[in-house]
Design a protein around this ligand. Structure first.
Ligand code: 5GP
Length: 182
C-alpha cells in the first residue's frame, strides 16, 4: 500500500503516526542492541502471532547472530477440574529447555498478555527470557514488566498497520496509523 496521510479501515479513520523510516531506524537500533547483548549466544525468537509477523521479519533481518525463530500463539481455555483458565503455547515446535529466549510482540498495552506468556514459558525451562516489543503504551501498563527491548513508546491510542489490525483488517501498511475517528 502507498503511504497515505489517512486511511480508512472498515468503519474507522486513522492518521499516520509512525512513518516507515522511523520504524526502520528504531528496529535497527533494537536489533543492534540484541546482537550486542547476545553475542556468543544462539537465541530463539518467539514471535507472537498474528500482530508481530511483519515486525519479526524485519527485526530478524537486522540481527547479526546465529538464531532461530518460531511463530507462536498463546491459547487459553477452561479446564474441567480447575478454577481459572489453562494456558498453553501453540506452535512451539522447538525444545527451548536451557535456551535463551526472546519474545517478539507487536504491542504491549496493559501487559497482561505478556505476563501470561512469561508464566507459561517458565514451564518450558528456558535459560533466560527477554521481552522485545515494537510498541509500548506506558500509561496503560497494569503490571510490573521488564521490557528489555522496546522500539517505540506511544500514547494511549488505538493503532493499526505494520502487522497490527482493526477487526482483522489494516495489517498491510508500511506505516503505523492512529485512530482519529470512531
Ligand atoms: P495487553 O495484554 O498488553 O493489554 O494487550 C496486548 C494485545 O492487545 C496486543 O498483542 C494486541 O493484540 C492488542 N492491542 C493492544 N493495543 C492495541 C492497539 O492499539 N492496536 C491494536 N491493533 N491492537 C492492540
Amino acid at each position: 500500500m502507498k503511504e497515505q496521510k489517512t486511511i480508512q479501515v472498515k468503519d474507522k479513520t486513522f492518521a499516520i503516526s509512525v512513518p516507515q523510516d522511523e520504524l526502520k531506524l528504531q528496529i535497527k537500533r533494537i536489533a543492534d542492541q540484541i546482537s550486542h547483548d547476545y553475542a556468543g549466544l544462539q537465541p530463539i525468537f518467539l514471535a507472537v502471532l498474528n500482530g508481530s509477523f511483519i515486525f519479526a521479519a524485519d527485526l530478524l533481518r537486522e540481527v547479526d547472530l546465529p538464531c532461530e525463530i518460531s511463530f507462536v500463539k498463546l491459547a487459553s481455555y477452561q479446564g474441567t477440574n480447575t478454577t481459572g483458565s489453562i494456558r498453553e503455547i501453540i506452535g512451539l515446535n522447538t525444545d527451548i529447555t536451557g535456551r535463551p529466549v526472546i519474545i517478539v510482540e507487536d504491542i504491549i498495552d496493559t501487559g497482561l498478555t505478556m505476563v501470561h506468556m512469561l508464566e507459561t514459558l517458565k514451564g518450558h525451562n528456558p535459560a533466560s527470557v527477554d521481552v522485545c516489543t515494537l510498541l509500548l503504551k506506558p500509561s496503560k501498563l497494569q503490571v510490573e514488566l521488564d521490557v528489555r527491548y522496546c522500539c517505540l513508546e506511544i500514547p494511549d491510542d488505538f493503532v493499526v498497520g505494520y502487522g497490527l489490525d482493526y477487526d482483522g483488517f489494516g495489517r498491510n501498511t508500511k506505516d503505523i496509523y492512529t485512530l482519529i475517528q470512531s
